[in-house]
Design a protein around this ligand. Structure first.
Ligand code: FAD
Length: 275
């Protein structure tokens, strides 16, 4: 049986509904249907009515402007993975998520608001200084990922707000490296992931490194990145990174594995870059 729900015809109607009552926003449902499962085969139980939104075309647009990539919150993972107008460094983490069937329904916004530590879009969006737009009847807010993601499964979004768009500044990178490590190659959640973006002409001019699935939130050390760029001192950067880890053993991996492999991967990439 379909639980109590609304299916607003527009964003405006959705915002009005959210302002007058409490709903659980249901986009692709790929996280919600897992989270609300009580046991295999049982009907999902939701505490409040659902607001189905993934028919809202106005939130699916992907627009490329001179300065930004504007990604609608309801763009699917596959919309990003298969969009040849977008740069590979942005498409690659989406390409490696889940399976095609899931990617065809799972949304960009859902991955962010779910805010799992293993959310594979979080590191690349953090590295790219992406911002999110949260709308309500009262207006809109623009938050960085650091501001949005408070902790594992916790974000700063309010009950009457909808994530409508992800805004990514367009920057030129001459190269990138992305590695997702899981128990197997396809359809698996990350033990850890690393994204490294750089612009190198004669010298390294820009360098960004973000780590996923090690801490409860995606990790990026902007200050240490800047120092690394200025000094080329890889050991100091890795020391700062190690000191920022607060991983734990869980069913996917051990703390030691996550930390050692992450540092190893980054060291190798940095040694190549600075050689
Ligand atoms: C088999 C399988 C494999 C998977 N593999 C991966 C993987 O490899 N990597 C990975 O990162 N994830 C993976 N996932 C998780 C999942 O696909 C993603 O997190 C997905 O992006 C969530 O999007 P959704 O639209 O399905 O979100 P939903 O389940 O609809 O919603 C998730 C949360 O976000 C809220 N929400 C959604 N959209 C909005 C919005 N616009 N505004 C406000 N709140 C909103 C919902 O209320 C809910 O709390 C996998 C899931 C499955 C089932």
């Amino acid at each position: 049986m379909i639980p109590a729900h609304i299916r607003p015809e527009s964003l405006e109607e959705l915002l009005t509904a959210l302002d007058t009552a409490s709903y659980t926003i249901f986009a692709g449902g790929t996280d919600l249907l897992i989270r609300k499962r009580q046991w295999q085969g049982a009907e999902r139980r939701f505490e409040e009515p659902l607001a189905f939104i993934n028919h809202l075309e106005e939130l699916k647009e992907v627009v490329i402007t001179q300065d930004h990539f504007l990604i609608g919150a309801l763009a699917t993972q596959e919309d990003i993975a298969s969009n040849e107008a977008l740069p590979d460094y942005l498409r690659e983490p989406y390409r490696q998520m889940a399976t095609l069937a899931i990617r065809n329904i799972a949304t960009v916004g859902g991955n962010l608001i779910n805010a799992a530590s293993v959310g594979d879009s979080l590191p690349v969006l953090l590295a790219l200084d992406a911002r999110v737009i949260l709308k309500s009847v009262a207006g809109e807010r623009s938050l960085t990922l650091d501001e949005l993601i408070v902790d594992k499964y916790r974000t700063a979004i309010k009950k009457n707000e909808v994530l409508t768009q992800v805004i990514i500044p367009r920057r030129h990178f001459s190269g990138y490296y992305y590695k997702k490590i899981g128990q197997r190659k396809a359809s698996i959640l990350s033990k850890l992931s690393v994204i490294l973006l750089y612009r190198k002409n004669k010298n390294l001019e820009d360098l960004r490194i973000a780590v996923g699935a090690v801490n409860s939130r995606p990790l990026r050390l902007k200050e240490a990145e800047r120092t690394l760029l200025e000094t080329g001192c890889i050991d100091a950067y890795l020391k700062a990174l190690l000191e920022s880890f607060h991983s734990e053993d869980d069913k996917r991996s051990t703390r030691e594995y996550r930390e050692t492999v992450t540092l190893d991967i980054i060291r190798k990439q940095l040694e190549q870059l600075f050689s």
